[in-house]
Design a protein around this ligand. Structure first.
Ligand code: AMP
Ligand code: MG
Length: 483
C-alpha cells in the first residue's frame, strides 16, 4: 500500500498495554466504498489518486492495513447517564496517527471494525444508517465552524448487522485530533496508578497543550484550558441548536472537539427542554441542560487531576473546586456574547439581556423555528412565514432595530456579524432521514447533494427552500442509541 502517502507517527500505541489492546480490524466479506471525503483528504495531505476504488474499499474496511499503521483499541471508562462504567473501543480501532503537511497530527480510526477486548456484549459492528448519519452531521458541524471529529470515508461491509432487524453493515473512518476523552482519564484514575496517570497527563500536554507544560501548575492549567474549550464548544452547540444527546464523560474529548454522533439532532422549533434521544427519559441531556452537564463532566475530569494538582489532596480539591465553579460565570459571559453576535449587537447597553430573553420567550411561546427566526432578522429566511407578522414579534423587532442603531459600529458590520453566526442551513432531521432512507435503498445522490449544501451553511444558495423549511408534520422526532 505504498501508493498512498500515509505519514504515520504512532505515539499512543507506544504507551503501555494498560492503555490499549493491540488488535487488527476484523476483515469483512465484501467491502464497497460509498463515500470518500476528498476535501478532507486534501487537508490531510492524502493522495488517493493512484489507488482504485477496490483498493480503497479494502483499506477503509480494515481488510488491508495501511503502511505504517499500528492498530489498537483504546481503553477508557466513563459516566454514562451518571453511572460509572469501564468501557473502551468496543467497535473501533485506531489505525494510527497521521501527520499532515502542516505537521498536524490526526487519529485515523475505523468505527464498526469488529469485536475487541472491550466489546462486552456487543458485536463490534455498526449499521449503515448511523455511520452515514455521523458522516453528515460531523461534516455539517465542521462547516458550521464548530470543533469536531471529521469523517473521511464510509464503506459498506457486505455483511448484515442484527439490531431490531437485519441492517446493512458499514464502517466509518473517523478523523480526530485525538481520541483522548475525559473517560480516558477516568479509566486511568480508577486504576489508582499514579505513574499511569502521569503518563497520560504528560501525553495529553504534549499532544494538545504543549504551551502549558512549563507553567507553575500544569494540571490546574489543563483543567482551566478544558473548562474554556468545553465552554466554547457548548456555546457553539447552543448557537446552532445542536443537541448532542449523549454527553457521557466518555463522549467528551480533551481536545475540545465534538465526538460521537449517536442520538444527536438539531432543534427546529425553539424549546429549551428539547430531547430527541429515545432513552433520555429524564431529559438529562436536553438542550438547556448541556452547559450544566458539561460542568458536571468537567468536575469528573477535575477529580482525576487531583493528585497532580497538589500533594495535599484537601488543598487540591479546594483549588479545583474553585476552578470548576468558575464555569457558570464564564458560560454566562460567553453566552451573552454569542447571542449578541446572533443579533448583530456591538457594545453593551442596558436592556440587552432582556431583549435577548424576550426573543427566546417569544420563540418558545409561538413554537417558532430557531434557525429561521434569526434568518428572518437577516431578511434571508423562507419568505412566506406568517408567524413573523405576529404583533409581539413585530414590536420586538422594532426594539431590536433601535438597539442596533446604538451600536458603535456600522450597519454593515452588524449584518456581517449576524451572517457569520446564524446559519441558513442546518442538517434538518426530516431531510437527514430522507437522504438516509434513499442511501439505504442504494441511491446516494440525495445524500451527496445535501452534503454539498451543508458545506456552505452561512451563504444563500439557489433552490434550497426545501432545506430551510422545518418539517410539515408535528410528529415528535426520536433518535436511537445502540446504533
Ligand atoms: P457509544 O454509545 O458509541 O458512545 O458507545 C459506548 C460504548 O459502547 C463504547 O465502549 C463502545 O465501544 C461500545 N459499543 C457501542 N456499540 C457497540 C457494539 N455494537 N459492539 C461493541 N461495543 C459497542
Ligand atoms: Mg462513545
Amino acid at each position: 500500500m505504498n501508493k498512498i502517502n500515509w505519514n504515520f507517527n504512532n505515539t499512543y500505541s507506544c504507551l503501555s498495554d494498560s492503555f490499549k489492546e493491540k488488535i487488527n480490524p476484523i476483515p469483512v466479506i465484501n467491502p464497497e466504498l460509498i463515500l470518500l471525503n476528498n476535501t478532507l483528504a486534501d487537508d490531510l495531505n492524502l493522495d488517493f489518486s493512484k489507488v482504485t476504488n477496490k483498493e480503497l474499499s479494502e483499506i477503509f474496511s480494515g481488510n488491508l492495513l495501511p503502511n505504517g499503521s499500528n492498530s489498537i483499541a483504546q481503553a477508557y471508562a466513563g459516566h454514562q447517564f451518571g453511572h460509572f462504567t469501564m468501557l473502551g473501543d468496543g467497535r473501533a480501532v485506531l489505525l494510527g496517527e497521521h501527520v499532515s503537511k502542516k505537521n498536524k497530527k490526526y487519529d485515523i480510526q475505523l468505527k464498526g471494525s469488529g469485536k475487541t477486548a472491550f466489546s462486552r456484549n456487543g458485536d463490534g459492528r455498526a449499521a449503515l444508517g448511523p455511520m452515514l448519519r455521523e458522516y453528515i452531521i460531523s461534516e455539517a458541524m465542521n462547516y458550521l465552524n464548530i470543533p469536531t471529529t471529521r469523517s473521511l470515508a464510509v464503506v459498506k461491509t457486505g455483511e448484515n448487522v442484527l439490531r431490531e432487524k437485519n441492517l446493512q453493515g458499514a464502517i466509518l473512518t473517523r478523523v480526530a485530533s485525538s481520541h483522548i476523552r475525559v473517560g480516558t482519564f477516568q479509566y486511568v484514575s480508577a486504576r489508582q496508578n499514579f505513574e499511569e496517570l502521569n503518563i497520560l497527563f504528560n501525553y495529553t500536554l504534549e499532544r494538545h497543550y504543549p504551551e502549558i507544560k512549563n507553567t507553575e501548575n500544569p494540571a490546574l492549567k489543563l483543567l482551566e484550558r478544558l473548562i474554556g474549550k468545553q465552554c466554547d464548544l457548548i456555546i457553539n452547540w447552543m448557537r446552532v441548536g445542536f443537541i448532542h444527546g449523549v454527553m457521557n464523560t466518555d463522549n467528551m474529548t480533551v481536545s475540545g472537539e465534538t465526538i460521537d454522533y449517536g442520538p444527536c439532532a438539531f432543534m427546529d422549533i425553539y424549546d429549551p427542554k428539547t430531547v430527541f434521544s429515545s432513552i433520555d427519559k429524564m431529559g438529562r441531556y436536553a438542550y438547556c441542560n448541556q452547559p450544566a452537564i458539561a460542568k458536571w463532566n468537567l468536575a469528573r475530569f477535575a477529580e482525576c487531576l487531583i493528585p497532580l494538582i497538589d500533594k495535599d489532596s484537601n488543598k487540591a480539591i479546594e483549588i479545583a473546586t474553585r476552578k470548576i465553579d468558575s464555569f457558570e460565570k464564564q458560560y454566562e459571559e460567553k453566552w451573552m456574547i454569542m447571542m449578541k453576535n446572533k443579533l448583530g449587537l456591538f457594545n453593551s447597553e442596558e436592556g440587552d439581556r432582556s431583549l435577548i430573553l424576550d426573543l427566546l420567550t417569544w420563540m418558545h411561546q409561538k413554537k417558532a423555528d430557531y434557525t429561521n427566526t434569526f434568518c428572518n432578522l437577516m431578511d434571508l429566511g423562507p419568505k412566506t412565514k406568517v408567524i413573523y407578522n405576529d404583533v409581539n414579534f413585530v414590536n420586538w423587532k422594532k426594539r431590536w432595530k433601535e438597539r442596533v442603531l446604538k451600536n458603535d459600529n456600522t450597519i454593515k458590520k452588524s449584518i456581517d456579524l449576524m451572517r457569520k453566526n446564524n446559519p441558513l442551513f442546518i442538517p434538518r432531521n426530516h431531510i437527514v432521514e430522507e437522504v438516509l432512507a434513499s442511501a439505504e435503498q442504494g441511491s446516494l445522490e440525495p445524500l451527496k447533494n445535501f452534503l454539498d449544501i451543508l458545506k456552505d451553511p452561512y451563504t444563500e444558495q439557489q433552490n434550497t427552500s426545501k432545506f430551510q423549511s422545518p418539517p410539515n408534520s408535528n410528529k415528535k422526532y426520536e433518535t436511537f442509541c445502540g446504533t
